[in-house]
Write a protein that binds this ligand. Structure first.
Ligand code: IMO
Ligand code: MG
Length: 425
């Protein structure tokens, strides 16, 4: 069986979870390797809808095992809320979920600091999900104050760390931001209890995964966020704080890149983004509103309206290049069913010169103009289509153009949220 990564090719919310759910049939283990509860992965199974923030979406398959890798930043309350919800919906997780002892924990001061910082910046704020992602990764990289999952397994170690960290964090909260300090007692108490609950799940997940690969098991890596939110390659600084691109799977799970067989990029048939930052093909007009309405484009984690725009091939080529995509899965094609004319941005121009690559400098990007190609819409229902050939001709032409412009073959097309509403190309 193969080792596959499924990741977002745009700014997140591409419909990764649906594709992960579809491909889980071929896998034994589903792995989250970066990000945290900033992700919102929605899947529909029959009449039930699940939104996962931390647990891999593969957990809804009773015969699969799930891993939260070392690259994830784990918010215990968010994890437990998900575990409780799964239990309520009759899905047993015992013995099927493993959490890396090396993963870093989100603490209440991370969230408090993030909120204070975003508020202080005001207009130029990143527009984060306020899940404490940036400050937690910051502490991980800073080294002196990171708290790992293994630290909560020992109440004394944990209390010492939290006490020391809070002394510093409270200084920043009160003196830099004029915010309220946090009390150490309740935090220590809560995290000692979290440690007790986490204990049965904690293991060296790199060893577990490498043993599984050697035993020929199928592994599916469930990316969160998207290529343009990658901290190195995305639209910095309007990005998340982890490597959302394919390399993140190797570092975030403790497997070698030579073990990876396939990288599937999930491409929404148009583009969306939540939070602030540049978006060259954004539609600030009726068409943007129309796409948002038809697609119910509101954040699964924060409920914020998503910014909507046309498909951007500059971004797709970047996703192909950085992730080494072996194929793409095009999602939400059905949302475009009634649109009369569709546009795809083929490249940008700046001062009359052609720009083929997403610029690192946002000031340069701001001077780029998207160049569009117009394609006729199909104005018919694709949700009933189950084969590529049964798609309307104009829909096939739209997909063919995506393939040409991105340089990657399409392997899957999604025409609705249900498992059945999927076309395997
Ligand atoms: P999934 O996995 C879309 C965005 C936020 C913000 C920026 C930084 O569901 O596709 P953060 O809280 O990560 O520090 O916020 O990243 N963002 C996402 N946008 N989908 C996501 O996840 C996102 N996770 C973070 O809106 O612009
Ligand atoms: Mg989402």
């Amino acid at each position: 069986m193969s080792v596959r990564i499924v990741l977002g090719a745009q700014w997140g919310d591409e419909g990764k979870a649906k594709i992960v759910d579809f491909l889980t049939t071929d896998a034994d283990i589903v792995v989250r390797y970066q990000g945290g509860a900033n992700a919102g992965h929605t899947i529909k199974v029959g009449d039930l809808e699940f939104v996962f923030h931390l647990i891999p979406a593969g957990i809804v398959h009773p015969d699969k095992t799930c891993v939260v890798g070392n690259g994830v930043v784990l918010e215990p309350e968010a994890l437990f809320a998900e575990l409780d919800e799964l239990e309520e919906k009759g899905i047993a997780t015992e013995g099927r979920l493993f959490i890396s002892e090396r993963a870093h924990l989100v603490l209440p001061y991370h969230k408090a600091l993030e909120r204070a910082s975003e508020e202080k910046i005001g207009d130029g704020a990143i527009g984060t999900t306020l899940r404490g992602i940036g400050p937690t990764y910051g502490d991980k990289i800073n080294r002196s104050s990171g708290v790992r999952v293994l630290d909560v397994l020992d109440a004394d170690v944990l209390a010492t760390k939290i006490r020391a960290n809070l002394r510093e964090k409270n200084e920043v909260l009160t003196k830099v931001y004029g915010a309220e300090p946090l009390e150490e007692g309740p935090i220590i108490e809560a995290y000692v209890a979290h440690g007790e609950r986490l204990k049965p799940y904690v293991t060296d997940t790199s060893v577990y995964l490498n043993d599984a690969i050697k035993a020929g098991k199928g592994i599916l890596f469930e990316g969160s966020q998207g290529t343009l939110l990658d901290v190195d390659h995305g639209s910095y600084p309007y990005v998340t704080s982890s490597n959302t691109t394919a390399g993140g799977a190797a570092t975030g799970a403790g497997i070698g890149p030579t073990r990876i067989d396939e990288v599937v990029g999930v491409v929404k048939a148009y583009t969306t983004r939540v939070g602030n930052g540049p978006f060259p093909t954004e539609l600030n007009d009726e068409m943007g509103d129309r796409i948002r309405d038809i697609g119910h484009e509101y954040g699964a984690t924060t409920g914020r309206p998503r910014r909507c725009g046309w498909l951007d091939a500059v971004i797709l080529r970047m996703a192909e290049r950085i992730n080494g995509l072996t194929s793409i899965a095009v999602t939400r094609l059905d949302i475009l069913d009634q649109i009369e004319e569709l546009k795809i941005c083929t490249h940008y121009t700046r001062n009359g010169e052609r720009v083929d690559h997403f610029p690192a400098d946002l000031n340069v990007l701001a001077e780029c103009e998207p160049v569009y190609e117009t394609l006729p819409g199909w104005q018919s229902d694709t949700t009933q289509c189950r084969t590529y050939e049964s798609l309307p001709e104009n829909a096939m032409a739209y997909l063919a153009r995506i393939q040409e412009l991105s340089g990657v073959t399409i392997s899957i097309v999604s025409v609705g949220p249900d498992r059945e509403e999927t076309i395997f190309v």
